[in-house]
Design a protein around this ligand. Structure first.
Ligand SMILES: CC(C)(COP(=O)(O)OP(=O)(O)OC[C@H]1O[C@@H](n2cnc3c(N)ncnc32)[C@H](O)[C@@H]1OP(=O)(O)O)[C@@H](O)C(=O)NCCC(=O)NCCS
Length: 309
């Protein structure tokens, strides 16, 4: 038996307990328990419309699960994290019901729930809450270094490192144009990038910019999340000015990003890509990236619980 508590703000004790839960989950699943955006919001005290849901065992203070609701860009996003020893106990379903209840109370709307490495039990939990399958995200990987015939695509491409305090505006304008149709990546603000720059993993030397005719034309932002785990080289965000698509720039930037990660000592590289993004998936497959696992979104359109009169 457990109770679910709604939190509008998370105190320091809550954050410590939830961080503990997330670490336990990550160690068991070999996968981050919350997406980076959600985790940063949590650590930084949350933005408007964010609510946390904490499930605790009755009579015991132990946190069994955590859900976070975010309201942004016209829709809601929910993420769930349940302690490995308490899966199948209904904790996830109860957290989900609480978060969907909060959406209804806030006026209803379109909701996404992202699940990493979904199982039939997740399908059943989502269906029981009235949610259906939506987008799929692939995590793709390959070993480094690139073979010579792939590495050569980066030869001759001039790149320079991102300069914090100078490149934000130009980069934001290009990023938001490249990803205008993307629900998460297309609406970054100055605050979003400044928050990334404040992260311990942020390394401008791995944030490669390519300029053409004095203008930013594309970029490959790499990330080495944990210096103690050099296997974790990531192509974090890659994009090419839409006016320059189909001319080999994406290929060249990907090769440059992989070369940077190889030089940083990463024996492998991974990235996340929307399964429906045929251009990017095609690019990665042509570089011999293979799907390691996938994440799934479940979606629903939740009516308001108190419709405006
Ligand atoms: C993905 C992206 C970086 C590719 O950049 P690009 O400069 O247009 O790509 P290139 O010209 O170097 O093409 C390289 C390969 O990508 C694949 N590709 C590129 N565009 C494609 C398309 N429209 N459809 C299918 N495959 C495509 C092909 O395999 C292509 O090789 P080919 O030309 O030999 O067929 C670019 O489309 C982009 O910026 N997209 C928006 C941002 C994005 O989705 N980033 C990835 C997020 S994970």
């Amino acid at each position: 038996m457990h109770d679910v508590e709604v939190k509008r703000r998370l105190g320091e004790d809550d954050i410590a307990e939830i961080a503990d839960l997330l670490m336990t989950i990550e160690a068991a699943d070999h996968h981050a328990a919350l997406g980076e955006h959600q985790w940063l919001d949590l650590v930084q005290g949350g933005r408007g419309g964010t609510a946390g849901f904490v499930a605790r065992g009755r009579g015991r203070a132990r946190v069994l699960g955590y859900a976070q609701l975010q309201h942004g860009a016209g829709s809601y996003a929910i993420e769930l994290a349940v302690h490995p020893a308490h899966r199948g106990d209904g904790v996830g379903g109860d957290l989900l019901a609480a978060a969907l209840g909060e959406v209804a109370a806030q006026g209803g709307g379109h909701v996404h729930l992202w699940i990493a490495k979904p199982t039939p039990a997740d399908d059943a939990m989502a269906a029981a809450a009235g949610m259906r399958r939506g987008r799929e995200l692939y995590q793709m990987r390959r070993a480094l270094p690139l073979e010579e015939d792939l590495a050569k695509h980066g030869a001759g491409l001039s790149t320079r490192a991102f300069v914090a305090g100078e490149d934000e505006d130009a980069w934001l304008a290009l990023n938001n144009r490249i990803f205008s149709a993307h629900p998460e990546q297309g609406s970054w603000s100055r605050a979003t990038i400044v928050a990334r720059e404040a992260q311990p993993w942020f390394d401008p030397a791995g944030f490669l910019l390519h300029e053409r005719d004095g203008r930013l034309a594309g970029f490959c932002w790499t990330k080495v999340a944990d210096p103690d785990d050099p296997a974790a080289g990531e192509i974090y965000v890659i994009g090419v000015d839409p006016d320059l698509h189909g001319r080999g720039l994406g290929r060249a930037l990907l090769a440059a990003g992989c070369a940077h990660l190889s030089a940083a000592g990463c024996p492998s590289v991974f990235l996340y890509v929307d399964a429906a993004n045929t251009a990017a998936v095609g690019l990665y497959r042509s570089f011999a990236f293979a799907v390691d696992h996938h994440d799934r979104a479940y979606v629903a359109d939740v009516p308001a619980s108190n419709p405006p009169r």
